[in-house]
Design a protein around this ligand. Structure first.
Ligand code: S3P
Length: 435
């Protein structure tokens, strides 16, 4: 489909089972690949990004079976990965490329990691430099800052690294390299990004010392993660956020997303929506595997502008496109600061969010590290032709805007939503027609 045309919805109702979390799905396959024994993963995200991870792990000689959202991984330990006969194609997925670069840095094999045009344009120095400081031999275009990246596996040292940006991909790449290290690895600095890697490695029997200031990983005594980790992947809060905002900005709405991951490193969007005045109810809070989960219900709300900055940013970085739609429908000004990381995502999301929201009649001013949005005082966007630039989260953010916009909204490349949310368009229809 090259475009989709949408109109305002009379109402939004229903229970939306969002797909499994993208970050946890990637990690479940990668970590179990180097564990001893087999793991069963259910509610696995079958989006294109996580399928890229499965394809790469298979190319490394690991047996992975997939039947819809149930995946089995037959771990081969840290020394069992085989040199692939071709380059590893990570598609659109930064998580696949960066986590695998870290894991493969210490393996006795040669690999080349590449991806689509968007991924090949994203910065990689952020992993290449710290991995090199631990002894890794990695090269790539632009002195190692752009994929394809060539990884010549070698002995990795322990040591320490101060993380200058809050990036879970960088943190995880280093921890994975550290698994095969000759001594403990300590990370300091911005370790406050999503912590799924730390939670899952701990559940798999690894020794991690974690304080607010630092993380120290002790490599396993045997070259294997001691226990495989079978799990049900919780719902992805980054996918649920589209429905939360849709319900909050629509005048006749109530949507529930059950079983969503409520890990505090991922719930910044809920905090922001609450601060904006959204009616949010969280019930049935429980633990699933190593993650807290709960059911989130959001109802039609009157929103006011807010500030999104500082420590909040890593807790909602992927939700900024959809929060910008909420801000455009609020009363007053919303300021996003300290979010320069947006420029390194699937697209430069400061530029692409501003462009799309403006086309829809929003008042947005991009800044070097974020944007200022002057709300329209209600759901007053107007339909337009908008680009997704092959960025899944933009395609979905504009679809939510279309639900309250006047006239018709045409979104280019809607299929890109399948990178993280297969079934998004069907669910969009379903919530408009639920009884
Ligand atoms: C992810 C980390 C984040 C996020 C991405 C998934 C992960 O990126 O934007 O969608 O699974 O580790 P950064 O680590 O670059 O901030």
């Amino acid at each position: 489909m090259s475009s989709v045309t949408l109109f305002a919805a009379a109402q939004l109702r229903g229970i939306v089972d969002v797909p499994g979390d993208k970050s946890i799905s990637h990690r479940a396959v990668i970590f179990n690949a180097v564990a001893s024994g087999s793991a069963r993963i259910t509610n696995f995200l079958t989006g294109a990004d996580c399928l890229s991870t499965i394809a790469c792990i298979r190319a490394l000689g690991v047996d992975v079976t997939q039947d819809e959202d149930e995946v089995h991984v037959y771990g081969v330990g840290l020394q069992g990965l085989r040199e692939p006969s071709d380059v590893l194609d990570c598609g659109n997925s930064g998580t696949t490329l960066r986590l695998l670069a870290g894991l493969l840095a210490g393996m006795p094999i040669f690999t080349v990691l590449t991806g689509d045009a968007s991924l090949r344009s994203r910065p990689q120095r952020r992993i290449v430099e710290p991995l090199r400081s631990l002894g890794a031999q990695i090269d790539g275009r632009q002195a190692g800052d752009r994929a394809p990246l060539a990884v010549r596996g070698t002995a990795i040292r322990g040591g320490s690294y101060h993380l200058p940006v809050a990036s879970a991909q960088v943190k995880s790449a280093l921890l994975l390299a550290g698994l095969g290290g000759s001594g403990p690895l300590t990370l300091t600095g911005r370790i406050d990004s999503r912590d799924h890697t730390e939670r899952m490695l701990t559940a798999m029997g690894l020794e991690l010392e974690i304080t607010p200031e630092q993380i120290t990983l002790h490599p396993p005594t045997h070259p294997v993660l001691p226990y495989p980790l079978s799990l049900r992947v919780p719902g992805d809060p980054s996918s649920a956020a589209f429905w939360w905002v849709a319900a909050a900005i629509h005048p006749n709405a109530e949507l529930t997303t059950p079983g969503v991951c409520l890990n505090p490193t991922r719930t910044g969007a809920l905090d922001v929506l609450r601060a904006m005045g959204a009616q949010i109810e969280i019930t049935n809070q429980r633990s699933e595997g190593s993650e807290p989960v709960g059911d989130v219900t959001v109802r039609s709300s009157v929103l006011r502008g807010t500030e999104i900055a500082g420590d909040l940013i890593p807790r909602l970085i992927d939700e900024i496109p959809i929060l910008a739609v909420a801000a455009a429908c609020a009363e007053g000004e919303t300021v996003v600061r300290d979010a320069q990381e947006l420029r390194a995502k699937e697209t430069d999301r400061i530029a692409t969010v501003a462009e799309g929201l403006r086309a829809l009649g929003g008042h947005v001013e991009p800044t070097s590290d974020g944007m200022k949005i002057v709300g329209l005082g209600g759901p007053a966007l107007r339909g337009a032709q908008v680009q997704s630039h092959h960025d899944h989260r933009l395609a979905m953010a504009w679809a939510v805007a279309a639900l309250i916009a006047t006239g018709e909204t045409t979104i280019a490349d809607p299929d890109s939503a399948a990178v993280s949310y297969p079934g998004f368009w069907e669910t969009l229809t379903m919530v408009q027609h639920a009884p």
